[in-house]
Design a protein around this ligand. Structure first.
Ligand code: GAP
Length: 530
């Protein structure tokens, strides 16, 4: 059972050292996060699995690690300077900025929308219920809502709307959203409907286009020279290196170039932990195909990416595919689908697959003056610009998904609840814990000897833990998702036959809780098996 609330994961991540708030000792910097010792291992494992599946196991795909800072002409050519914009409004009261295509989502997450939803779920709501809600709840949660500031006028106006609302479970959210717009209205005309601020209910300014590129400057003197930008996607580093790759690798179509790296966007409404941040990591592939073969490649990638998430243990019922409507397509895409995950706050984009056609290479040819064509190896006269299918994974969102999906609470026979992270063993930050049963010196020495043997003979990531009772240490390993724990006890030393034979240890399995006694001499072979 995946985590039901984001708070469960945020607090486990902080407590156990997966993810910390950024710059915490200075009071933090909003929406920045640092991966701690376990988070760094988990994220590296995600990247390792991705690289293994899509680069090392795919002879036609090569890797790249291009610079974050690029010639600003790249962003002119790619269209990001003109078109990478979102519609933004600002609340006239609390001054918060709102990305307008996120309004529905932000409203649904707001405490006042949720309290109104609760009210509507209980029973059919009368005007007097709404008045009470306005006086008691909205005054606290949405103090700038017109209903609160001007109750008599708004209430009378809303009564008509209440009559016409439909109360079925499925329509309740959209009905309430609509009602909220009415509640926010100060004008007493139907045309005066407003979109209130999700945070305080106040009136929003008219939407303006806002460019998401992160500007910086290069060189020692600020303000001199043209601005440069932190890349908003890793993709353009691939397109800008297309000629280099063609010249050095001589690949045949179809072929792909994969890259993992940081991207930056001046997001208007970051939030939901690591889901939307201004600095994040992407794992992207630009897959070049012959024009006309785009549609098939698109379908193949859709299936391969879905399978990758499944193979690493994501529950299929928590993922779905969403096709973009024509009016929401990015400027470069003729078709896009998202793989969405059921996050605790609702469905959200985890991965995007786009058909970029020849858009980028045509643009870069035009702006750079370099020929960016592929030459048919069977017919050197046949030169053309290949088409591109782009599978684009958010690395941080993928890590967050694995964290949410792995989170499990299990009731034990004695009534206690144990929390465990059921990571696929390929992703677990620690492969194996070595736990001496007690702190007696000679027992610790024996455990250290076994630990050294594991380190010398395997590539496993280990955790040697002697703090606290054995029960507490098992709990900790469960909570960080370590698949196996090796316990070294007095049986191992030949001092207590009841615990086990001399030179044997216990291996405990995280998920089944089964304990197996095996000879130290067989340990390496046994551990190599997972
Ligand atoms: N090159 C195509 C591209 O960048 P996108 O849909 O804008 O497409 C791809 O981004 C993926 O990057 C998304 O599916 C998401 O997982 C991740 N992503 C985008 N913006 C993000 C943000 N602000 N914070 C975290 N991840 C983000």
């Amino acid at each position: 059972m995946p985590a039901e609330s984001l708070d469960q994961i945020v607090s486990l991540c902080k407590r156990r050292g997966f993810i910390f708030p950024g710059s915490e000792i200075y009071g933090g910097l909003a929406n920045t996060w640092d991966y701690g010792p376990l988070g760094a291992e988990l994220k590296n494992n995600v990247k390792k699995q991705w690289w293994r599946t899509f680069v090392h196991k795919r002879p036609e795909i090569v890797g790249l690690d291009s610079a974050i800072l690029m010639n600003p002409k790249v962003w002119e050519a790619s269209g990001h300077l003109d078109l990478f914009t979102d519609l933004m409004s600002t609340c006239k009261f609390c001054k918060k900025h709102i990305r307008m295509d996120h309004w529905d989502m932000l409203i649904e997450q707001s405490s006042w929308f949720q309290s109104l939803t609760e009210l509507y779920k209980q029973k059919e709501v009368t005007l007097s219920d709404l008045k009470t809600w306005g006086e008691k709840t909205a005054t606290k949660l949405a103090p700038n809502l017109a209903l609160v500031r001007n109750p008599s006028i708004t209430i009378s106006w809303v009564s008509e709307k209440l009559e016409s609302l439909s109360w079925s479970e499925t329509e309740i959210l959209s009905s309430i959203r609509e009602l909220i717009r009415y509640l926010a209205t100060e004008q007493l005309t139907r045309d005066g409907l407003q979109t209130p601020c999700p945070y305080c209910g106040g009136e929003l300014t008219e939407g303006k286009s806002f460019n998401l590129l992160f500007k910086t400057h290069q060189g020692v003197i600020e303000g001199e020279g043209t601005p440069i930008y932190l890349r908003p996607e890793t993709a353009q580093g691939i397109f800008a290196n297309f000629k280099n790759i063609i010249d050095t690798e001589r690949p045949r179509l179809p072929f792909g170039v994969a890259q993992i790296g940081k991207a930056f966007r001046n997001e208007i409404t970051p939030g939901n932990f690591t889901f939307r941040t201004r600095e994040f990591e992407q794992m992207e592939i630009e897959y070049f195909v012959e024009p006309g073969k785009d549609a098939d490649a698109f379908e193949e990638w859709k299936a391969q990416v879905w399978d990758w998430y499944m193979d690493l243990g994501i529950d299929k019922d928590t993922m779905r595919i969403r096709e973009h409507d024509k009016d929401e397509l990015s400027h470069y895409s003729s078709r896009t689908i998202d793989i969405e995950y059921k996050f605790p706050w609702g469905w959200g984009e985890l991965f995007g697959l786009a058909n970029r056609g020849d858009f980028d290479l045509v643009q870069h040819e035009k702006f750079s003056g370099e020929e960016l064509k592929y030459t048919d190896p069977n017919d050197p006269k046949n030169k053309f610009i290949p088409h591109v299918i782009e599978p684009s994974f958010g690395c941080d969102r993928t890590v967050l998904t694995f964290l949410l999906d792995a989170y499990t609470e299990e009731e034990l026979e004695n009534g206690d609840v144990r929390t465990l992270m059921k990571f696929d063993p390929r992703l677990s930050p620690v492969d194996i814990a070595i736990l001496p049963l007690s702190k007696k010196d000679h027992l610790i020495e024996k455990a250290q000897e076994i630990h050294k043997m594991i380190l010398d003979k395997t590539d496993l990531v280990t955790d040697f833990d002697i703090t606290g009772s054995i029960g507490k240490r098992y709990r900790r390993q469960d909570e960080i998702g370590t698949p196996k724990a090796v316990t070294v006890d007095f049986g191992t030393l030949g001092e207590d036959k009841k615990q086990g034979k001399k030179d044997t240890v216990t291996i405990r399995d995280r998920d089944s809780l089964k304990q197996e006694r095996i000879a130290v001499g067989e340990l390496i072979e046994k551990l190599a098996g997972f």
